[in-house]
Design a binder for this molecule. Sequence first.
Ligand code: UDP
Length: 481
Amino acid sequence: MGSIDNQTTPKPHVAFLSSPGMGHITPLFELAIRLVTQHDFQVSFLVITTAFTPAQSEYLNANPHPDLHIVDLPPVDMSGLVSDDMELGTRLSLIVQESIRPFRSILSELKGPKLRALVIDIFCTGVFEICNELAIPVYSFFTASGVLFTLSLYLPSMDREVEGDQYVETVKVPGCNPIRIQDLQEPVWNRNSDDYKWYLFHCRRLFMATGIFINTWEDLEPVSLKAVKHEPFFLNIPTPPVHPIGPLVKQIEPAVMVKYEKEMIAWLDKQPKDSVLYVSFGSGGTLTREQLTELAWGLELSRQRFIMVVRKPSDYAAATFFNVGSESDDPRTYLPDGFIERTKGVGLVVSSWAPQVAVLNHPSTGAFLSHCGWNSTLESLKHGVPMIGWPMYAEQRMNATMLSNEVGVAVKMHVVGDKGETVVARREEIKRVVQMVMEGEEGKKMRSRAKELEASSRTTLSRGGTSYETLARVAESWKLG
Ligand code: UDP
């Protein structure tokens, strides 16, 4: 990375701090790239190196730019503080809490002119006090959906008004569509969980931000964005100015993945248009052995072409969140006997990680079976690819429901039971849904809706488009401030 020292008229300087995880780092880094390449800023991108994965490291280093400086925070010893069975949000919050203990000195040691702003994600709200003292405005970048965003702004009020250990009724966020309890991630309905307490803590602190960026746009989530703008509830609480700037998605693939990329793209090049189903569960998603077996059989029985990212089975749905890219194993040891041989030519199995954006961008890719993480969702829609929603953890159930019921770009697999429990999807059902999306009328409708959103995403991010201009306005205010 280049040096800030020898610039004669220094460009305005902004810093970023992201919690670990590709789903958080990616949108923040894409925003940083935009500020540098389109709005003439220099950026210090602070990286929490504890729980750092090979995928994160490759991604951050894949796109060097002289005005984009990667600053590693000293790693912290988390032994005794976190354990593998700890809920994801709790673990992330604790890692961030420990990593930012020396934050004041980290900021004071940053090279370059005084910071115009610091951009953080939802798990980094512990920096507000220090930044306040140093008169650095803090902007939060909410990297999940508008549906979760409105719920998060509402959560502190809901927590005050509702009694009992658990939320048992449908959640009605003012101005938004009702959310089924089964679609809430467990930490949100289980008020005794550590994850709930941490999430509530961060939601309360969202109100301390000078502004909030959100990775969505009007055509995708009109209901949530309208609610935040016009609904009396949101106008009557001290909601900071909200800036929808999405969809900001990964433009480049980490270099280490290129070895797969060449092979996969060469294979995709030989397949007919819209004929391949891409199957992947984000950076953390892992299936149980039973579910993985059913999925493999379902794909085989569907007789559709596919690319499937596989990981060693686990009973914990987010098992690889903190180490993705470092596992290497032989999928033959956990896929059904003979599966790889029988599907040779029709399917491609890749262990651990695929160059997702390159796959979604390919004309042969016709649908995405996804856990509906928000980045995966945006990447799919930005490339006009309809989805089969297979939610696993965090807010993915809400996303899947919204994408199927409101947006019309997805069909949901039945993987959530009436009580919110995880249900095993069986091979016949998987076969049916895959065939419907790849070959049926419903699939065609979803594909054409996804293509509309692809066009709209291009417009909103181009000069004159809403997301572009929204970011430009904030960037301008930083320059003046
Ligand atoms: N990703 C990828 N290849 C994979 C799995 C994931 O490139 O095999 C990337 C994907 O493109 C996305 C991110 O990892 O940018 C996953 O983020 P998302 O919000 O979808 O889910 P999370 O990993 O946070 O659950």
